[in-house]
Design a protein around this ligand. Sequence first.
Ligand code: SF4
Ligand code: SF4
Ligand code: SF4
Length: 280
Amino acid sequence: MSDTLVTTNRPTLAVWKFASCDGCQLSLLDGVDELLTLAKAVRIAHFTEMSRASVDGPYDISLVEGSITTAQDFERIKDVRANSRYLVTIGACAATGGIQALRNFAAPGEYAGIVYAHPEYLDSLDSSTPISSHVRVDYELHGCPIDRGQLLEVLLALLAGRRPVIASHSVCRECKARGTVCLLVSGETPCLGPVTRAGCGGLCPSIGRGCFGCFGPSESANCASLVTRLKGLGTPDATVAHLFGTFNTAASGFVEQAQSLRVAVASPEIRPRERTEPRP
Ligand code: SF4
Ligand code: SF4
Ligand code: SF4
């Protein structure tokens, strides 16, 4: 990153939603103080979670939440890219396809039949793919949802024309920094922390809950080794498959483990809902 965005005119910021739950956008709204400070540094040109007002592009920074799941999404993300100087994806959906990428490994419509009473009304693709599969992405923020501090760091770095400082180590180091007793060592619960990207501050283990990998694979994650360890502790295949097959199920590193144990994920008790007569 070589040039600063700070000019006499405030740079413009746009926030876009694709297939997602809006949780990452809400993470931004949740930090009212930071948002107000940010609003002084940038001109928020498009952010439908915040305002109906919208200013036409081009935009200096676009934040993109969600994955590509419809034919219309293909065209829309190309427009966003063409109108954005920097494109930053926010969250697991945008970075790896999200939990909706479970459909990538099932028969077409299989999960839609489980979730919706009338899947025939859906008009979506049989796959959920990350934004980077379709357009160039300048920076990816991980997590489900993202960490607001990381988002602000990326925005400030872009405004200042410097490289963002974002941790690439695993959640385990955050446990150590926090003084959390390791759940794997104490044998309390399975935990994906050793292979999961840091960013949350070791949140789940701090309350006695194992990490389920919502920030996706860390750099150099040795997932196969962790699977061996989890199985050695007596964790059933189904549990290990569920751990790897959630919010980042299609992420390289996690997908191989989730797939190899997929037989347990597609458990026989999960059946499509009974269809009733179509709605009038
Ligand atoms: S990453 Fe999680 S919180 Fe963010 S939009 Fe997707 S499902 Fe929602
Ligand atoms: S509780 Fe989980 S994340 Fe924390 S140190 Fe142990 S294995 Fe790592
Ligand atoms: S501990 Fe794991 S699952 Fe929990 S918030 Fe952090 S990365 Fe996500």
